[in-house]
Design a protein around this ligand. Structure first.
Ligand code: ATP
Length: 514
């Protein structure tokens, strides 16, 4: 079932702030819309997500290497990529609520409602027919469901044609014909639709020097394309090969109301895979499978993911899909997988006058490779992890705890070490244990309050293991290790602690499953 839980999002936002994961940017000045700062726990979690992605993509694949390109790029880059002319969103305002929306999103949400009706019919039929239910057959034959599907197809067609022909009046007419109302005010009093370019620009150099306009990159992909030849030659890379990058991207988003789901400054983790023309569909399927496997390995819940194939392909793509995640706002795009043909490299060839080709010794000829890309928003991945991890539990004794059931390998702190009391040499022993573990794992020391309270604090930040040092430790060199999820404690020898923790929290265990 899709989440539709405003409350859950609110709870995650306040939990993230209270426990040092995410703060509103420059909060003492009342914040800045759609900009956020990662706090002491947030940065650790984010780094661990990055590390899992980087290792899965770069370290685990002999034919993928990474780069770190600069955010500023030659302005012609964005002419070639099409961003100067076409990186626009159609925006529309509601005259009564004064709220601004993306016209395409209003239409998408309308379609999502129809899809919801189809899902309901399917659920009802599945219950009615029991084991003999054949979903595909039902979708293809039930008149009501077929009617809904036709309605969706016809809306999509109108929207696609209107956008392709840059017919903004038709986009407005579609919104009016569908009777779409402002979700806030319920009003149908819309302005005309206008195009809005999402790139931030700034000036390079002082005005007196003849400053030129440059852009903050709206995606990291172009830094990879312009370095295609540098990497291919210096790394002696053979097709097929990939270049991966993690970095900031900037978009002047029209609406940015969903926490870190849609930010104006965010981070992307992208990989462009260069292949022989004609082989791209095989690689597209390969990367679809690889990427969904990466997600599922984390254990955020298999039902929380679904593929959404793009029906309206961008002009440069010959296949594209999103991996959607069940966010608190429902299923939304988390990652895109696109087969981009040779559009980008060809465009850069044309604009730069440089050949961006690969000499294929087997074919004995040069060609511009095709590209299959995987592109995931790091901040959206962070929100996906928080969404699945946030849990409120009522315990057997009736008390409550809020915990983050983070995958252990991603948790900001792997082990918290507590002395049972602040005396008798227990704090010193606890620090010795931290010294033993901290070379490999992030640890935290806590001696304040009763142990039960300390456990709760660690639960709230998702620490998978707590180690408690007590008087018995001084006698037989054993400690208790407590599991966050089961709350079970086990007594083990300190000499076994390092290998035990390594086994429980290691990224390698996840990487092995890929
Ligand atoms: P959307 O349709 O939600 O605006 P998009 O299709 O424009 O996203 P892409 O250009 O494919 O997104 O970017 C790749 C990935 O970057 C997305 O799947 C998403 O995870 C992330 N992303 C894009 N825009 C933002 C944003 N404003 N804030 C956070 N992450 C973003």
């Amino acid at each position: 079932m899709a989440n539709q839980d405003d409350n859950l999002l609110k709870k995650i936002i306040s939990h993230a702030k209270e426990y040092g994961f995410i703060f509103p940017s420059s909060e003492i000045y009342d914040g800045l819309a759609a900009a956020y700062d990662y706090g002491q726990n947030g940065v650790e979690l984010k780094n661990n997500i990055k590390s899992f992605w980087w290792k899965a993509m770069v370290q685990m694949n002999e034919n993928i290497v990474g780069i770190d390109a600069s955010i500023f790029m030659h302005p012609t880059t964005w002419k070639a990529s099409g961003h100067v002319d076409a990186f626009n969103d159609p925006l529309i305002d509601n005259k009564d609520s004064k709220k601004r929306y993306r016209a395409d999103v209003l239409v998408e949400e309308y379609i999502a409602k129809i899809e919801g009706k189809i899902d309901k019919e399917v659920d009802k039929a599945a219950k009615r027919f029991g084991d003999s239910f054949d979903k595909d057959q039902y979708l293809a034959t039930n008149p009501r469901v077929m009617g809904y599907a036709e309605e969706i197809a016809s809306i999509n067609k109108r929207m696609k044609e209107a956008i392709e022909q840059e017919n903004l009046a038709e986009v407005k007419k579609l919104i009016e014909d569908l009777g779409i109302v402002d979700p806030v005010s319920g009003s149908k009093n819309w302005t005309d639709v206008r195009q809005f370019n999402l790139m931030f620009s700034t000036e390079l150099g002082s005005v007196a020097d003849g400053a030129s306009k440059i852009y903050l990159r709206p995606e990291t992909a172009q830094g990879i394309f312009v370095n295609f030849l540098n990497v291919q030659k210096s790394g002696r890379m053979k097709i097929p090969f990939g270049i991966a990058q993690i970095g900031k991207a900037f978009r002047n988003e029209i609406i940015a109301r969903q926490f870190i789901f849609r930010m104006r400054e965010f981070e992307q983790m992208e990989m462009q895979f260069f292949v022989k023309p004609g082989d791209e569909m095989e690689w597209y399927e390969h990367w679809k499978n690889k990427r969904i496997q990466w997600h599922k390995t984390l254990g955020l819940g298999e039902d929380n993911y679904r593929f959404h194939d793009h029906l309206n392909l961008a002009h440069y793509a010959n296949a594209a899909c999103d991996i959607e995640f069940n966010f608190p706002m429902g299923f939304k795009e988390l990652e895109g997988i696109h087969s981009r043909t040779d559009f980008d490299l060809k465009a850069h060839e044309e604009h730069s006058g440089k050949k961006l080709q690969f000499f294929d010794p087997q074919e004995n000829k040069s060609y511009v490779p095709y590209v299959v890309e995987t592109s995931i928003g790091l901040d959206r991945m962070f929100l996906a992890v928080m969404t699945s991890a946030y849990k409120e539990e009522v315990l057997e004794d009736g008390s409550e705890r809020t915990l983050l059931k983070l995958p252990a390998a991603l948790a900001p702190t792997k082990v918290a070490v507590f002395p049972l009391v602040k005396k008798d040499g227990l704090p010193e022993k606890a620090h010795e244990i931290i010294d033993l573990l901290k070379l490999d794992f992030s640890c935290q020391y806590d001696e304040k309050d009763a142990v039960g309270k300390r456990y709760r604090r660690q639960d709230a930040v998702g620490t998978p293991y707590c180690v408690t040092v007590d008087h018995q430790t001084l006698e037989d060199n054993t400690v208790t290790i407590r599991d966050r999820d089961t709350m079970q404690q086990e007594r083990i020898d300190i000499t076994q602690l390092h290998s035990r923790v390594a086994d429980l929290v290691s990224l390698s265990r996840l990487l092995k499953q890929l």
